[in-house]
Design a protein around this ligand. Structure first.
Ligand code: PLP
Length: 361
């Protein structure tokens, strides 16, 4: 973990998560930045209008910026952040993009290509040579690592070096890894993007997105675009996300511990034909011997595991991804993406194992 030069002496991520972006330690000051519902500010300062700035956004951006090692901007959602980033690509330019990624990202890319706005060159992000070969004459290399829901992992450092040599900028969707397990900017990426809806906020109660960059020109372009397009974060959402960020390290550590404990048990289970796990993080994907029907039965048969589409919250959720028509056909029909929460792992296994046992009867 590389620390941000602004943190001197260097601080560990857990300390940054807890302490960054707080009001100054002054008598009677609140420890937490209060929620400020304001559409307008008295003229003459830096804020002026609620579409340009809000003090409630600032601690969220401060904590995330320090954890990723850049300057952060919050957006209305992860997909609003994706749209802002793809808007940086000039008309007709090439974007190298993953074959598997969050389906909303893939749909944005496909829609923009259909409209003739940009050209998409699809790659498997885990095949470094293929990604590097695709970088020639590209304007942007879009990586998601690990990918949703296939859990492919990209060699960000090698790809970023080669993409830069070819003149392309590199974006990494770091939603699954979080800055605690992967810091793309320190690996050479130009921009990090998050669905803060997931681990960063962490409690399944806010939709929020973010971008982080070290490059001032890129930061200004994205800030300008946020003001103009209006995909600004909600005040309550950023406040909730800050509250979530304060325990990010505890939640990610526990979810990862739980996932690592569940993976070998899943691998050994007769109802499971394949387990995908990148070795880190709290997301696991399994395929089932009994196909899509077995997967659907599983997602209806548990008491603790909730059948739900999102991920990265404190609670364990799972979903058969191909229930969505637009999920790529290369994702196996029976693949169930599991977001392992922070509950007691033996309770989680008792619930999941019993539902899997039923499938083998
Ligand atoms: N990126 C990834 C990896 C995601 O999983 C998601 C949502 O599931 C998004 C982006 C989109 O974010 P949001 O739902 O906050 O718009």
């Amino acid at each position: 973990m590389l620390s941000d030069p602004r943190d001197f002496p260097p601080l560990q991520p857990a300390t940054i998560a807890v302490t960054a972006g707080r009001p100054p330690h002054e008598p009677d000051a609140p420890l937490n930045t209060p929620l400020t519902p304001a559409s307008v500010f008295v003229a003459g300062g830096k804020r002026e209008y609620g579409r340009y700035a809000n003090p409630t956004w600032e601690p969220f951006e401060a904590v995330l910026g320090r954890l990723e090692g850049g300057r952060a901007l919050a957006f209305a959602s992860g997909l609003a952040a994706v749209a802002a980033l793809l808007d940086l690509v000039a008309p007709g330019e090439v974007v190298v993009a993953p074959r598997h990624a969050y389906l909303g990202t893939l749909q944005q890319l496909a829609t923009l290509e259909q409209r003739g706005r940009l050209r998409v060159r699809v790659v498997n992000v885990a095949e470094t040579d293929d990604v590097v070969a695709a970088c020639d004459d590209a304007a942007m290399v879009w990586l998601e690592s690990p990918t949703n829901p296939a859990l492919e992992v990209a060699d960000i450092e090698t790809i970023a070096a080669r993409a830069h040599a070819a003149g392309a900028r590199v974006v990494v969707d770091n939603t699954f890894a979080t800055p605690l397990l992967q810091q793309p900017l320190w690996l050479g990426a130009d921009i990090v993007m998050h669905s803060a809806t997931k681990y960063l906020a962490g409690h399944s109660d806010a939709v929020l997105g973010a971008v982080v960059t070290q490059d001032d020109e890129t930061y200004d372009a994205l800030d300008g675009q946020r003001r103009l397009m209006g995909a600004i974060p909600g005040t309550l959402e950023t406040w909730l996300a800050v509250r979530g960020l304060r325990t990010l390290h505890l939640r990610v550590e526990r979810a990862q511990l739980n996932a690592r404990s569940l993976v070998p048990r899943l691998q050994a289970h007769a109802a499971v034909s394949a387990v995908r796990y990148p070795g880190f993080g709290g997301i696991v994907a399994i395929e089932l011997e009994g196909g899509a029907a077995a997967a659907d039965t599983l997602t209806r048969s548990t008491r603790l595991w909730v059948h739900a589409t999102s991920l990265g919250g404190v609670e364990s959720t799972f979903e058969r991804r191909r229930r969505w028509q637009s999920e790529p056909a290369t994702i196996p029909d029976s693949l169930v993406r599991m977001s392992v929460g922070v509950e007691d792992v033996e309770d989680l296994w008792a619930d999941l194992g019993a539902a899997l046992d039923e499938l083998t009867r």
